[in-house]
Design a binder for this molecule. Structure first.
Ligand SMILES: [Zn+2]
Length: 121
């Protein structure tokens, strides 16, 4: 399948997605424990420290959750770039506006479908 976008545009999007991926990987790395890979911080053994750990753990989990889904979007977009299906709406199959993709490279639906979808909710 031939992509309707120019090579320059696709290269630009690819760079943006890869930068986003690098940033997410770094941020996720900062949030998770280097040795255990767990999001649970270890401030110490005392009761106060434990309460603080749980609070941090909760907010970290939310962050990790949202970054995880962002990461999934980025990876899916990179996958679509590879396959040459990038930039088409997953609902109606129409080409997504370049400006929209520039502003948000992980967009997978056109403005009209997104609008229809948001109004349904
Ligand atoms: Zn659409």
């Amino acid at each position: 399948m031939k992509s309707p976008f120019s090579n320059e545009f696709l290269a630009e999007i690819k760079t943006a997605l890869e930068e986003q991926k690098t940033r997410l990987t770094r941020q996720l790395g900062d949030l998770t424990d280097k040795e255990t890979g767990s999001a649970f911080p270890n401030y110490g053994e005392g009761e106060d420290e434990s309460a603080e750990e749980v609070a941090t753990y909760d907010s970290n989990l939310q962050l990790i959750d949202s970054m995880g889904s962002e990461m999934r979007d980025v990876n899916e977009s990179l996958g679509r770039l590879e396959k040459g299906t990038y930039g088409t709406c997953k609902y109606c199959g129409e080409q997504i506006d370049e400006q929209r993709l520039r502003a948000r490279p992980t967009s997978s639906s056109c403005v009209a479908c997104k609008k229809a979808l948001t109004q349904e909710m």
